[in-house]
Design a protein around this ligand. Structure first.
Ligand code: IYR
Length: 221
């Protein structure tokens, strides 16, 4: 049997103090992240978007299959098509499909079916999950696809915030229209849509409280 090739892993090797400082600094940096719904039309260079996506694509995945495609759109006509199709679905969601409890839970965000950010944000990134791979006309398995693509999307959101840009995890539902508009193959299913850009001047965010450590961590020492 042929051996696998392994290379030494070069770890950062920080002191304990440095690790504690870095962990705490990054916590505060990420606690400043907010989902933004109001975008400026100020452009973001394509190379920046490419770097953000390649950071996301460094995420771990089942059997290292990297079962994702990131479609990055700044074409105005395509963005307008996406907005029209998303608003059509969202209209149905807000007028019956979501139900009273869901609508009540969303009240504090003051959202509705109008999705202006789909036109104004300079870039839309649509994350597709590859439910299987197609190579030379042959189907190949992917594993833990939703977990893998969820992790990659988390890394993308982190990278966007770290760069000083803003985003929103938008899930127009159902999302099949994205596969059609972007002409993706049948092995790809839309997972999430993220507008990316700068905040609109004076953009606000709802007052929210995050759960405390005791509510989200259970230590077993
Ligand atoms: N997809 C709709 C509704 C919506 C659902 C949840 I859960 C949110 O956290 C926010 C919105 C929309 O984008 O408006």
């Amino acid at each position: 049997m042929e051996g696998n090739s392994f290379i030494p892993y070069l770890s950062a090797d920080f002191s304990e103090e440095e690790i504690a400082r870095r962990a705490n600094n990054f916590r505060h940096q990420m606690e400043g992240r907010r989902s933004l719904r109001f975008f400026s039309d100020k452009d973001v260079p394509k190379d920046v978007i490419s770097d953000l996506i390649m950071t996301a694509s460094s995420a771990p995945s089942g059997a290292h299959k990297q079962p994702w495609t990131f479609c990055a759109i700044n074409n105005k006509e395509i963005k307008a098509k996406i907005r029209a199709a998303a608003e059509k679905e969202e209209y149905e969601n807000y007028h019956g499909r979501m139900g009273q409890e869901w609508l009540k839970d969303l009240e504090k965000f003051e959202t509705n079916h109008i999705k202006e950010f789909l036109d104004t944000a300079p870039w839309l990134i649509v994350v597709f999950k590859k439910i299987f791979d197609m190579e030379a006309g042959e189907k190949h398995k992917n594993y833990y696809v939703s977990e893998s693509v969820g992790i990659a999307t988390g890394v993308l959101i982190t990278a966007i915030h770290q760069a000083g840009l803003v985003t929103l995890t938008h899930t127009p539902s159902p999302m099949n229209f994205l596969q059609e508009i972007l002409q993706r193959p049948e092995n790809e299913k839309a997972f999430l849509l993220l507008p990316v850009g700068h905040p609109a001047f004076g953009a606000g965010v709802p007052v929210l409280q995050r759960k405390k450590a005791e509510e989200v961590i259970v230590f077993y020492e």
